[in-house]
Design a protein around this ligand. Structure first.
Ligand SMILES: NC(=O)c1ccc[n+]([C@@H]2O[C@H](COP(=O)([O-])OP(=O)(O)OC[C@H]3O[C@@H](n4cnc5c(N)ncnc54)[C@H](O)[C@@H]3O)[C@@H](O)[C@H]2O)c1
Length: 331
């Protein structure tokens, strides 16, 4: 199977956006999966061992990791001041500590995020790489991604726990990108265009329920630059990391082959969907790009979903008439 001979993997967050795309690919690779199912978040994939439970339960980790070779920890309560300490921090701590104590976990994969680097909230003089210091944007979600990673770093140093952190950009699946960039609901992610509407012309789109595509610009008119990732590339990144001895003790940026410009994306969608481009000036947006050189060279990561492919697949999804999953992450 692979050099590390992993077979049994405990996966948290298996019903979530990344988990539901990842499980079939793990099964196709021959792994046996025990997946944590939480409350009403039902796991869609049937060929896995389902374990019902709550990360906040201190007794969960011992049962969950029994007979497991690896952990893929995806569960997270996102932006929630009341829950984040118990779910994200204590929940991750219980798993890390049991992985250390049980002694049979050969790899612990932690889902990281570029929220830990603050994405567009701070000026970015150069592309963000894995050595870029933690600098979370305001709020409890980004804060928790820094704390989770800090715990992982310490468990690597203190106990040589074989950890890999895969840091994803904002993940796009289904018609997420259209929900983000077009003016009609459902909305997805930030900034929220309605809140940036200042002129009567901009406001009219929302008042009359007219559709348009947002072009985020800096004061002066230069379009914003942002780096996101398609779900298939996220799955590719995790699959390449699992069971890979070169990934142990490392963090990897997992994102699209290149950043996108809101100018290009808006024009492309405008032509494809025949809707007008509407400019929104936002003085709090700082351009950011990532470099994926490390994931490319160590993992052989080769992402395929640039912005045109992300947009094309979002349009395809809409045409298919499928219903979109509810999503909690606000980008
Ligand atoms: N979606 C993104 O854009 C994105 C970007 C970067 C990083 N990430 C990270 O990737 C991971 C997965 O993200 P996602 O978007 O798939 O998440 P999601 O919000 O779609 O799913 C969250 C999962 O966590 C589970 N969960 C929540 N509270 C729990 C608890 N108390 N006990 C057990 N399980 C619980 C839910 O049941 C669900 O399966 C997270 O760590 C997230 O921070 C996501």
């Amino acid at each position: 199977m692979n050099e590390m001979k992993l077979k049994n993997i405990f996966v948290t967050g298996a019903s979530g956006k990344i988990g539901r795309a990842l499980l079939p690919e793990l099964l196709a690779k021959g792994y046996k999966i025990r997946a944590l199912e939480f409350e009403e978040d039902i796991i869609e994939c049937k060929d896995v061992e389902i374990m019902r439970g709550d990360l906040r339960d201190p007794s969960l980790a011992k049962k969950a990791l029994q007979d497991m070779d690896a952990v893929i920890h995806l569960a997270n309560c996102k932006e929630n001041r009341e829950l984040f300490l118990d779910t994200n921090i204590k929940g991750t701590f219980y798993l890390l500590d049991e992985a250390k104590n049980c002694g049979h976990i050969k790899q612990f994969i932690q889902a990281g995020s570029d929220a830990r680097a603050g994405i567009y909230h701070y000026p970015r003089p150069y592309p963000i790489d894995e050595t870029y210091p933690h600098s979370a944007y305001p709020g409890y979600y980004a804060f928790s991604k820094v704390l989770e990673e800090t715990m992982c770093e310490q468990y690597t140093i203190q106990y040589k726990l074989p950890i890999t952190v895969v840091r994803f950009s904002w993940v796009h699946d289904e018609d997420d990108f259209l929900c983000h960039i077009t003016l009609k609901e459902p909305d997805f992610g930030v900034p929220v265009w309605k809140e940036l509407a200042k002129t009567a012309k901009q406001k009219e789109f929302f008042e009359k329920g007219m559709n348009g595509v947002a072009k985020l610009v800096h004061p002066g008119g230069k379009p914003g630059i942002r780096h996101i990732v398609g779900i298939k590339d996220v799955v590719q990144g995790v699959i390449l990391a699992i069971g890979n001895p070169s990934a142990i003790g490392q963090a990897f940026t997992i994102t699209a082959p290149s950043a996108f410009s809101y100018g290009f994306a808006a024009e492309y969608i405008s032509k494809k969907l025949n809707i007008p481009v509407v400019e929104f000036e936002y003085d709090k947006f700082h351009d950011f790009t990532h470099t994926i050189a490390k994931a490319r060279s160590i993992l052989g990561y080769n992402p395929e979903y640039d912005i045109t492919k992300i947009i094309d697949s979002a349009i395809e999804f809409r045409k298919s008439g499928k219903e979109r999953h509810q999503t909690k992450y606000i980008g």
